[in-house]
Ligand binder design. Sequence first.
Ligand SMILES: *Cc1c(COP(=O)(O)O)cnc(C)c1O
Length: 378
Amino acid sequence: MIPFNKPPYTGNEDAHVLAAMRSDKISGDGAYGYRCQQWFEKRFSCIKTLLTPSCTQALEMAAILLDIKPGDEVIMPSYTFVSTANAFVLRGATIVFVDVRPDTMNIDEKLIEAAITGRTRAIVPVHYAGVGCEMDTIMEIAGRHGLFVVEDAAQGMMSTYKGKPLGTIGHMGAFSFHETKNYTSGGEGGLLLINDPQFVNRAEIIREKGTNRSQFFRGMVDKYTWIDVGSSYLPSELQAAYLYGQLEKAEEINRARLSIWNRYYNALKPLAERGLIDLPQIPVDCVANGHMFYIKVAGLEQRSHVLETLRGNGIGAVFHYIPLHSAPAGRELGRLHGADVHTSRESERLFRLPLWLAMTPQEVDQVIQAVIDAIDVR
Ligand SMILES: *Cc1c(COP(=O)(O)O)cnc(C)c1O
């Protein structure tokens, strides 16, 4: 049996988690929390990063920081995880979904401008499979209309667009360290990247239950008090310590995933050339991180058949998002602007192959052979 996912693990984590456990400080923002944040700020040259218990919560913080209010509209693709929408819905926003590009499954940047109204406040591009959205166009549209851009870079850590790390291009970005992502902080975790200085101070306050506790610890105020809305958005030191073990091996993890991705790509390319499947496409401006390997077949019926065949052969292949605009909550809390040309159709064709750090070349080859057997039936 080859499962769809196994959490990334390097062997470095144990010693760091043990050290955190014995440090007499295991709540958030201890030594490991700061070490992680410093690592991100240096590696991605951004002004402020804050660890959060999940990417969901990093997106929630972004929505609070943007002062999203009832009646505001937020533009995003419908082909995404529920948290992208929920974070803004929780502040009262209406979600305006826009169709995706079939080559990357990312929001179609050419359709964004027509979806903007007087109530639009933000655009939330999602870098699906760790492949960058067309950010220059998106930032240019946002600039012209005075909108904020929050990158859902949950899958995008270590990927770049025109040389810039995903998550550092919009006003804010969010990473996920859930066990299914390229890096994990022990199962659950996230990061808010802040690229616009106007949000830095308030982000620290919102994250500390609406208090100026962070400033107090830096000696900037004599006592700390309740000054704004907020919640508890600090992960424990054990999560930060686990993540730190993976950050020390960040490049190795990235290389290992890319090599699995390339092995899949090269072996399955002949099927694509014969028109039997479509493979992921990486635009020339993008460097990806091997987060996900997906295949597209003719449609829903063939996909069900292929998934069943693969599972019968012990391969944990899975489909992905049900478009949010067609989900019960999505119909109530949002609307699709324009036509659903690609989102539903492409989502029904797509499934994902197992891709995790510890996969051996033999396991990858076993999956490849099973895919060929399931699809190339002559
Ligand atoms: C995983 C994911 C999230 C949520 O991340 P959590 O850390 O589990 O909250 C949000 N958006 C996208 C696109 C994701 O893939």
